[in-house]
Design a protein around this ligand. Structure first.
Ligand code: NAD
Length: 352
């Protein structure tokens, strides 16, 4: 088959990556999609079972930290585009093991940049290195204000510092070597297939199992939440229509204080599980604050809205409903990922 484009998606077995891979495989049968993933604790091929046999889909198990492997992979496939999502993504883990984040998020990204630059250097036309990043690079906001694309970087956790650094490298490769790139910085995602160390699936799982709901500090931390499939659609749009050498913020126009979000989730779960109102809220337990915890993140997503016409397609209530349904219908998925190594980590993590 003669494919129009070959695209490398890194971290495609993870939470957001799996939604991006599925969207591209299904929407673009004339693209050959390569999903490169090391299958760390966060990578799960079960997330992509439904598209496994698609003729335009290829899975490659491999580590972006292995420079010679990455360079050989680019030599072999000469990708037209890269959508880079592979990362260590959990802030709490970054506090315990910052070097793992330096390795994958910084060195791994630079390995990909080097390989792309080498393979594309004689003809950058119609090539694109798309780097997927987070709003956490901007640090924290007070009660008011929004992060825009020109907000100064001010990361506070080893995770956000590693993502900030990778963003800088991508931009520097654009300036220094003319590598065509685009970067998006997105707020907190939620939805199907999210590893249950992150707030929403962790709490759904704990409510199902009548386990404590650990809320950091006083619960007043504020985050913007976006349904993962809306993030995937934004990535598709920016990949095809975004201006190179630009950054776009992506957000849900949907700010929640953690404690209010948890209470909303508890109320919805009580209803679903046929428990009397207030049952799940009793599981809320305040735990010692995360060090360097950012008070508030909020995104101004007006640039992507005005320039590319993107906006979230579902409300938070709709997205949360779909997400809860999915976790309730997929307890086997939850059981698989919550066994073994993950449980051990979780036990250590939330000691009170
Ligand atoms: P995730 O942890 O669910 O998935 C990460 C994937 O990367 C996993 O499949 C893992 O196996 C793979 N991976 C890790 N190290 C690798 C390596 N060395 N080589 C190859 N593959 C490796 O993460 P996610 O939540 O889906 O986030 C994906 C990307 O989006 C990350 O870059 C993250 O910084 C960014 N992001 C996430 C959010 C969010 O709310 N989850 C928000 C904004 C941006």
């Amino acid at each position: 088959l003669n494919y129009k484009k070959s695209i490398l998606i890194t971290g495609g077995a993870g939470f957001i990556g799996s939604h991006v891979v599925r969207l591209f495989v299904e929407k673009y049968p004339n693209y050959s999609i390569f999903n490169l993933d090391a299958l760390t604790y966060a990578g799960n091929l079960e997330n992509l079972k439904d598209i496994e046999g698609s003729p335009n889909y290829n899975f490659i198990k491999g580590d972006i930290n292995d420079a010679s492997f990455i360079s050989a992979l680019f030599q072999k496939h000469r990708f037209d585009g890269v959508i880079h999502l592979a990362a260590e993504s959990h802030v709490d883990r970054s506090i315990k093991d910052p070097l793992a984040f330096v390795r994958t998020n910084i060195l791994g990204t630079v390995n990909l940049l080097n390989a792309a630059k080498e393979i594309w250097k004689d003809d950058f036309k119609n090539k694109l290195f798309y780097h997927v990043s987070t709003d956490e690079v901007y640090g924290t906001l007070g009660e008011t204000g929004l992060f825009t694309e020109t907000t100064a970087y001010d990361p506070n956790s080893p995770y956000s510092a590693s993502k900030a650094s990778s963003d800088h490298f991508v931009r520097a490769y654009g300036e220094t070597y003319e590598l065509p790139y685009v970067i998006t910085n997105c707020s907190n995602n939620y939805g199907q297939n999210q590893f249950p160390e992150k707030l929403i699936p962790l709490f759904i799982n704990n409510i199902i199992n009548n386990k404590a709901l650990p809320v950091y500090g006083d619960g007043n931390y504020t985050r913007d939440w976006l349904y993962v499939k809306d993030h995937a659609k934004a990535i598709d749009l920016v990949f095809h229509k975004g201006k190179t050498k630009e950054t776009y913020n992506i957000g849900g126009f949907n700010e929640w204080k953690n404690i209010d979000l948890v209470k909303e989730l508890c109320a919805q779960m009580d209803e679903r599980l046929g428990r009397s109102p207030g049952t799940s809220e009793k599981l809320i337990t305040y735990v010692k604050d995360r060090p360097g915890h950012d008070l508030r993140y909020a995104i101004d997503a007006s640039k992507i809205n005005k320039e590319l016409g993107w906006k979230p397609s579902v409300t938070f209530e709709e997205g949360l409903n779909i997400t809860i349904d999915w976790y309730l219908d997929n307890e086997a998925w939850l059981d698989h990922v919550t066994s073994g190594a993950y449980r051990e980590y979780y036990g250590k993590q939330y000691k009170r």
